[in-house]
Design a protein around this ligand. Structure first.
Ligand SMILES: Cc1cc2nc3c(=O)[nH]c(=O)nc-3n(C[C@H](O)[C@H](O)[C@H](O)COP(=O)(O)OP(=O)(O)OC[C@H]3O[C@@H](n4cnc5c(N)ncnc54)[C@H](O)[C@@H]3O)c2cc1C
Length: 557
């Protein structure tokens, strides 16, 4: 084999998994090259909320919400049973150390918000806070002209031509005159954004996934870690069951690059790939993806071709959002509308089928279950005029005026009716049932108890509701015409099916033997949660921890 270039560690994919791996490899004194297929870093990570689920961290203790690994272990046992036990222990063991390592030596830093519950708050060992950590905001100006190399969030997650809005900013921006502090904070945000727009194409105050990517990229730059852009993994080179390097398409050329110590795949799984979705999710009605289009199975397929085994034994083959569709946008309904009081979801029968304030993944699982008996794809989110005023629905912002509403009605995104029957007719659902469903829901709103699906019944439900709404933060009557509806479809945010790996992220063959020299992290690796969505940050958390473990394994030799 003629090699054009040699390094110690060759990493593919500049998202959470790959950037962390390259950063740790550099810190461990290894000669590393990070190859990214596109002309920007970030992948799906840059459009994410950036939350990492890592139990028992020093950061949680520091921020006053300590968490215990034993509790997390009990929680995972209740959620997933004995599956993926070795990987789980490796994850729990290395999580706090990986966070401390990055915190001490890089710009990758997290905080623990005072409240961010696990998704099934009825399970033993669940946490209300401390496991889900958020990246600290990042000042994109520190990257200089390389700020343009950070993939931006999807357009609906920004306002005013490119200003990122974190969860904490929403209340301030919606009600700037609520208090002196709110006014000062809102004015500061606006001023910063106005100044940014004089020099940059979008705001440089980065939050959530963009802050995480900005911090990783800045840390890589500070250490002069080489990143090859437009450099695509074409195929792995293996000899005698051992991966020795890869053929990389760089622009129109091809280079054979030898990896003396290991190749790390972090190309983001295969959520957007119709072909692979058809192979692993063929019995489910999922036609859309929220993942970055470039993360479409390259690493997964190259590893399979090199003899890797696939782990497809998951409760669900992927993690899902309910998403509405508008032109090219697949808009995920994560937390801003479904759990709020005054919204229900119905299927084509005009009946509810799920607790609307459960997690996005559980909501979609509910859609699949209902769809087996009655057409529930799409499902319809239903609300009234007052709901849009207070919370917005999908792309329609809170406080939207009639002009914005009419624009979304005109292009078909938003359906409306002066009466419930008129709305039902426009969306093609059974009108009498829809009327009955709303009347029943309104009775539950009066008592505060949703006898049908328990909306607002868990800590997680209430976390995303409106604390000012009594007696139940997730229930309020739907009574103020006109009535509105938005169609939602299941979409994949990321894949759970992935390459079979061990506790050090080594890729395994069908006999559970490590394929020498090959590691997989992020969504290229099968999810250790085996298709159960236990809490916020369960793809980025393991991506960070297993990138760290993979490199430490390589460094140990
Ligand atoms: C709206 C939204 C919010 C989310 N919020 C969260 C959250 O808060 N917490 C959480 O845990 N998860 C969240 N997720 C999921 C999470 O973003 C992804 O699971 C995660 O980013 C995957 O990370 P990764 O490193 O595996 O891949 P990615 O971040 O997608 O990076 C993969 C990179 O590999 C590159 N690549 C692909 N093929 C090749 C190739 N052949 N050669 C070289 N490079 C290649 C791609 O271009 C891309 O840059 C969210 C997802 C969405 C859509």
């Amino acid at each position: 084999m003629h090699w054009d270039r040699e390094v110690d560690v060759l990493v593919f994919g500049a998202g959470m998994g790959g950037m962390t791996a390259a950063l740790v490899a550099s810190l461990e004194g290894l000669d590393v090259l990070l190859c990214e297929k596109t002309d920007q870093v970030g992948g799906t990570t840059s459009t994410s909320a950036g939350t990492v689920w890592i139990p028992g961290s020093a950061q949680a203790k520091r921020d006053g919400v300590p968490d215990s690994i034993d509790d997390a272990r009990r929680f995972l046992e209740a959620e997933i049973g004995p599956r993926a036990l070795a990987q789980r222990e490796a994850f729990l063991d290395a999580g706090p150390a990986a966070l401390d390592y990055l915190d001490a030596r890089t710009e990758v830093k997290f905080r623990a918000p005072p409240r961010h519950p696990d998704y099934h708050s009825n399970q033993p060992g669940r946490a209300l806070a401390g496991r889900a950590l958020a990246p600290l905001p990042f000042d994109g100006r520190l990257l200089g002209k390389d700020f343009a190399l950070v993939r931006p969030p999807i357009a609906p997650f920004m306002v005013l031509g490119g200003m990122m809005v974190g969860k904490d900013d929403i209340a301030i921006l919606l009600k700037p005159f609520a208090s002196l502090n709110a006014f000062a904070a809102a004015a500061k945000l606006m001023l910063r954004h106005a100044t940014d727009r004089l020099r940059y194409r979008r705001g440089t105050r980065l939050v959530m996934g963009n802050a995480l990517v900005g911090r990783l990229f800045y840390s890589l730059k500070k250490r002069n870690v080489p990143i090859a852009f437009d450099a695509r993994l074409a195929e792995l080179v293996n000899a005698n069951g051992c991966v020795e390097g890869a053929v990389v398409g760089i622009g129109t050329a091809r280079q054979a690059i030898r990896a003396r110590r290991g190749v790390i795949l972090a190309t983001g799984g295969f959520a957007p790939s119709e072909k692979l979705r058809a192979e692993f999710m063929h019995d489910l009605p999922v036609a859309h993806s929220n993942a970055f289009a470039g993360a479409n199975g390259d690493g997964f397929s190259a590893a399979r071709a090199a003899g890797a085994a696939v782990d497809a034994k998951h409760t669900s083959p992927a993690f899902y959002f309910p998403s509405s569709l508008h032109k090219d946008t697949v808009y995920p309904h994560i937390l801003l509308d479904r759990a709020k009081p005054g919204l229900i979801a119905v299927n084509s029968d005009g009946r509810r089928f799920v607790n609307e304030s459960d997690s996005y993944h559980d909501f979609v699982e509910g859609m699949f279950r209902a769809n087996a008996a009655t057409s529930s794809v799409p499902a319809w989110l239903i609300c009234d005029r007052g709901f849009i005023r207070d919370y917005g629905i999908g792309l329609v912002h809170p406080g939207a005026g009639n002009r914005q509403i009419e624009r979304y009605i005109a292009d078909g995104y938003l359906k409306h009716g002066e009466t419930v029957m008129e709305l039902a007719q426009r969306i093609g659902v059974d009108g009498k049932n829809l009327l009955r469903t709303i009347q029943e829901h309104n009775r539950y709103a009066a008592t505060g108890v949703d006898e049908a699906f328990g909306k607002g019944g868990t800590e997680y439900n209430q976390f995303n509701g409106d604390p000012a709404n009594k007696p139940n933060p997730c229930l309020r009557p739907i009574v103020e015409p006109p009535y509105f509806a938005v169609a939602v479809y299941p979409s994949t945010m990321g894949t759970c099916v992935g390459l079979s790996t061990d506790g050090d992220a080594r890729v395994l063959d069908p006999d559970d033997r490590a394929v020498g020299g090959l590691y997989a992290v992020g969504n290229d690796m099968a999810s250790l949660f085996r298709g159960v969505y236990v809490g916020p940050g369960i793809t980025l958390g393991p991506a960070l921890v297993f990138a760290y473990r993979a490199v430490m394994h390589i460094a140990r030799g």
